[in-house]
Design a protein around this ligand. Sequence first.
Ligand SMILES: [Zn+2]
Length: 274
Amino acid sequence: MQHLSQRFTRFGFHARLALHSPSPVRRLTDLIIANILFNLPVTLRKQLFVGERSFCPLCHSHLSGFLNLHRPYHRWCPVCRSLQRHRLIWLFLERFTMITPEQPQTMLHFAPEPGLARRFAQMPYLRYITADRFDRSAMMRLDITTIPFDENTFDLILCSHVLEHVPNDRQAMRELYRVLKPGGSALILVPIQGEHTFEDATITDPLLRERYFGQFDHVRMYGTDIIQRLQQAGFQVQAVSVSDIVTTQAEIEWMGLPVNETIFACHKEGGIAP
Ligand SMILES: [Zn+2]
């Protein structure tokens, strides 16, 4: 019963978000479709969307295609709900063997994406903790600018599309650095446009934020100079793109990967760059 009420609350929360968008009808329609679809059993979704046109490396499903929902550029896996960047993160972790059974690790995952979270939770050798400021389904509700863990706690941190929501992102970066173990890695992703970060705390109107920052609840649009911010927090930063992970356009299409997404692989001194 509590589970159902939580789902209903989450739907209401997302519906309110959709109403704030510049295209509320499309967003609400997509939200209803997604809500019906993703409440169907996984086995049924696999049968409905089985095909040879696409492949999700995260849930290993052969698909008739990915789904465009919520935003025109989104390509959802109908089985595990992964987006392009989630599949890229998974392939990155596999490609650079970031998680192995031979070496037990402790991982902190912010704003856990369902497809990724399910895979991590299945790894018995991973001490896996999910965290979010608002989402009650996460294991911990916490503020990323005051992470309630000792320094040098985590081997791996995943923080994807979170910092663009955080007013004091420099403090968040310092906190991520503090709780990361020497030799550990934090994988950080944010929307990027151009070279210079644009932020203006006086822009609070949802429609203006959508126009200037790309989404109604974003507080800035990062440029590639995020690398300097991360370095100022103490990290050694390596920018990884899809071409560092797969080699052909056919693979990018087949697995529905993003061509304009960068994974900032952030290492704490003592680490080994992948
Ligand atoms: Zn999938």
